[in-house]
Design a protein around this ligand. Sequence first.
Ligand code: CP3
Length: 343
Amino acid sequence: MSAPQSLFVKACKVLPVDRTPVWFMRQAGRYMQEYRDVRKHHSLLQICKDPQLAAEVTITAAEILGVDAAIIFADLLLPLEIMGMPFHFSAGEGPIIEKPLRSAADISQLRTDRAAELGYVAEAVSAVAKHFGPRLPVIGFCGAPFTLASYMIEGGGSRNYILTKQMMYSSPQAWNELMRKLISVTSAYVTEQVTAGADAIQIFDSWVGCLSVEDYRRYVLPHVTQLVREVQRTGAPVIYFGTNTATLLASMKETGAEVIGLDWRIPLDKGWRAVGGKGAVQGNLDPVLLFTEWPELKGRAEEILRCAGGRPGHIFNLGHGIFPETPVENVKALAKFVQEYSR
Ligand code: CP3
């Protein structure tokens, strides 16, 4: 941990702060010219696997925006490769997994002994932590087991998660084995990130909102709870984020994560109540509002801060990641506005 006294870490722990900390999911990405310049010469995976480049991209974005935390530049899917599932990104189509999981036999083939080969991410964390020192906290991250499993089984993004749910419903033993394997790899992976200097870990369960409450509780909650526990052994607070989760929030809070990430579909105060009013929440401006005129954007940010009511434990963020076409000026202005207005 490199910045334990930062506003961001204090807010994760629901400690009082003199203003609301702010950072943005996908704050380093194609909407930013500096990132596009790096991408002219390197693929996404090249950047991820080169700790100096990944650190540079992370640092540049955080500095340009003036945000209160830097999220390490990496990708959710990196663990797939070392588990024996190669993938690539195709322009316009997103990630493509070469041989998706289709059977219990495929799952039994998955390897869990190569997490150390993801050490390039920890090296990048260490370079970022060294650069910022106590000035700015670094957020490490990993995918949650359901969301990673959905990529492994569907072979890429999905609309209805039919194959994933089919596996879950019809082969619960294989499903549990898959969850166990993913937790084994991701817990080792993020533990290394904390050892390297990450101040908090965000677990992205981006697509878990496709599940009913009952299925979430039966097939996912016990596994994420275990992952959260493993991460908490490092002492780093955990942010657990998903989209379309209004019905799942109370259950998600049962994982014990210190911070629950809210998407924009639920008003922040209602989401906070849904997680019991305790702990911290992160969110939750619709990232599409960054495409509107400043008065509208500002008004909506104000409304979120009003919902938070200055209570300790709010971290301002978007309800999901920044889109590639987003005007950078709006992102900068939003960070500055949150910092000044909440003071
Ligand atoms: O937030 C940050 O600044 C850190 C970087 C980051 C990336 N991916 C880099 C990236 C983070 C946190 C992720 C997480 C991630 N990756 C998620 C979960 C986050 C979420 O939005 O819910 C998911 C589902 C993925 C898998 C993935 N990687 C997808 C679906 C895509 C989009 C494909 C496309 O072409 O739009 C990616 C690619 C990706 N990962 C990009 C970046 C900056 C953009 C592609 C590029 O630079 O070529």
